[in-house]
Design a protein around this ligand. Structure first.
Ligand code: FMN
Ligand code: PMP
Length: 204
């Protein structure tokens, strides 16, 4: 990797890499490990699916009442890792999240298969303890009956998206002898979409 070959904006560079990862046939190139801060439990990470991105940030969807949802609403700081092992690449994004608008969340929810839409209603309290599989299946059947005959299952009020607004983005390309290429974009001034980004090469 060469400094001169990098895009001025990290999300433009991300687009090139994401397209490459997609075309390389990786199983789930949009799977990203999202770390959040919890008031009493430190840091916690889990995988979510990246469902869209632009210069404003990266969008993912979840249950706002889940463990991650509550963590993010109390402290919006977050970091996401896209681990593209087969192509020896990694992207790390740091920043803070904001909720998407109801319209943006509605628009995405409408694209989900009906079964997943029902599932969101059945998993109202995502991340809380459930007695057993039977209780889950009953909940799914109840939600199915509730929306039977309704052509478009509405988005549950507790379900929607977040945008991770980047302030730092690192691109990592594995190379021989552990002498990897690493370039980090840091937002120096302005907003993520149209601010000024500094680019530094890092030691591997
Ligand atoms: C590949 C993969 C993708 C996932 N994508 C999502 C997602 O987009 N949204 C989501 O809420 N959970 C997703 N999950 C489940 C989460 O990892 C997690 O178990 C769940 O959201 C509860 O997390 P929490 O208790 O930290 O809130 C995914 C899991 C895997 C393995
Ligand atoms: C619970 C949950 N919610 C949301 C998603 C996001 O993906 P999709 O909208 O494609 O279901 C996933 C993907 N694994 C998931 O497991």
């Amino acid at each position: 990797m060469r400094r001169t070959g990098l895009c001025v904006h990290p999300l433009d560079q991300f687009h090139i890499w994401f397209t490459w990862a997609h075309n390389a046939g990786l199983a789930e190139p949009n799977a990203m490990v999202l770390a959040t801060v919890e008031a009493d439990a430190g840091v916690r990470a889990r995988t979510v699916l990246l469902k869209g991105y632009d210069r404003f940030g990266l969008r993912f969807f979840t249950n706002y009442g889940s463990r991650k949802g509550r963590a993010l609403d109390a402290d919006p700081a977050a970091s996401a890792v896209l681990p593209w092992h087969p192509i020896r690449r990694q992207v790390i994004i740091g920043g803070s999240v904001e909720r998407l608008s109801a319209e943006e969340s509605d628009a995405y929810f409408r694209t989900r298969p009906r079964g997943s839409q029902i599932g969101a209603w059945a998993s109202e309290h995502q991340s809380s303890v459930v007695a057993d599989r039977a209780a889950l299946d009953e909940g799914y059947a109840r939600a199915e009956r509730r929306w039977a005959g309704v052509e478009e299952v509405p988005r549950p009020p507790y379900w929607g998206g977040y945008r991770l607004r980047p302030t730092e983005v690192e691109f990592w390309q594995g190379r021989r002898d552990r002498m990897h290429d690493r370039f980090r974009y840091v937002l120096e001034s302005g907003s993520p979409a149209d601010g000024t980004w500094r680019i530094d090469r890092l030691e591997p």
